[in-house]
Ligand binder design. Structure first.
Ligand code: AMP
Ligand code: MG
Length: 331
């Protein structure tokens, strides 16, 4: 399969280019597109055969559900049942944006999208190109991150093509995406609404809209939402380091054994010498989140064997960043 590389202006995409991609979606093909978090790859969410192609392209296990990407709340609500009024407050405040709502699916949603779960994840991306694509396609787009299964998410079309060239029908290339870290996944099937995966919208921001109604991730939530599948991992062995632990010393010891070592540190501090990659995060958790997957890829391209990563303070966006580091460290 030849992958069409379609360049578009992120702020003012050419409707003719969008239509080429939208036609592919309508024909049951797979297309990668930018969102405000990472690049997604998707297909017609109402066509089970098309949805199967997304799993095939990524080598994604079928037990791992996709998210329905929509261009309006109206389109989202056509896929679910039993929506409470509080949900509308969240939608008004955070959509379009990196908040995925997990609600009870109705029978329009093919079981393959939800991996057989009774619920479906709904997401309205805050990216003009994604919204124009979904609108032009005229159907919700079942999508997930545009990377080979088990590899870090893609934050540019170059990354998408590195993983998926020849495996998908097209990619809408609008340059680098903004956040780097994926959406927050919130279960809205019953109060209190539970964060299944911390992400780009922090718990604090959700609480501002619905005080007392947002619960943090509970043990077991990951199993329920199938979040334990292989995800977010560079080739390097990731070693999370808490603030206060001596990261420089730990890294130095591995380097002294002749290993290829990388370090990621937050703010000014003592840096190890003799290591092969040093990344300093000066812009807080927002910068850490934005650069996380780029750092994983950089570590891979430098053939890093041990990547020591400082855990940021676990508040606000730091919760999601810490979650992804621990996830990457899991073997
Ligand atoms: P992403 O990794 O951003 O592509 O989002 C896909 C992830 O959302 C899946 O790997 C699941 O962990 C989660 N997810 C999708 N649908 C559901 C659902 N119905 N219930 C819980 N989690 C879901
Ligand atoms: Mg992913």
């Amino acid at each position: 399969m030849q992958t069409l590389h379609l360049k578009v202006d992120p702020d003012n995409p050419n409707p003719k280019i969008i239509e080429i991609a939208a036609a592919l979606i309508r024909e049951g093909e797979t297309v990668a597109f930018p969102t405000e978090t990472v690049y997604g790859v998707g297909a017609n969410g109402l066509d089970e055969k098309a949805v199967r192609n997304v799993f095939k392209a990524k080598g994604r296990p079928l037990k791992n559900p996709l998210l329905m990407h929509v261009m309006s709340w109206e389109q989202a609500s056509s896929l679910v049942t039993d929506i409470s009024e509080e949900v509308l407050l969240l939608v008004n405040r955070f959509w379009p944006g990196p908040l995925t709502l997990v609600a009870r699916a109705n029978d329009k949603v093919p079981p393959l999208v939800t991996a057989g779960l009774p619920t479906v994840g709904l997401r309205m991306p805050d990216h003009r190109v994604a919204l124009d694509l979904i609108k032009a396609a005229g159907v919700p787009v079942a999508a997930t991150s545009a990377n080979l299964s088990g590899r870090p998410s893609s934050t540019s079309a170059r990354h998408v093509l590195k993983d998926l060239n020849g495996r998908i029908a097209g990619v809408l290339d609008a340059g680098s995406t903004g956040w780097g870290i994926e959406s927050t996944i919130l279960d809205i099937t019953r109060p209190p609404f539970t964060i299944l995966r911390p992400g780009a919208v922090s718990r604090e921001r959700l609480e501002e809209v619905l005080p007392g109604l947002i619960a943090a991730t509970k043990p077991g939530a990951e199993e329920r939402s199938r979040l334990r599948a292989a995800h977010y991992r560079p080739d390097a062995r990731v070693i999370p380091v808490k603030p206060g632990e001596n990261l420089a010393q730990l890294a130095q010891a591995e380097a002294a054994r002749g290993k290829r070592v990388g370090v990621v540190v937050v703010g000014d501090q003592e840096l190890p010498t003799l290591v092969d990659l040093v990344v300093v995060i000066n812009g807080g958790s927002a910068e850490y989140g934005r650069r996380l997957y780029e750092i994983f890829r950089l570590a891979d391209s430098r053939k890093i064997e041990y990547l020591f990563m400082e855990i940021p303070e676990e508040t606000g966006l730091g919760v999601a960043v810490a979650d992804r580091i621990y996830e990457a460290a899991r073997r």
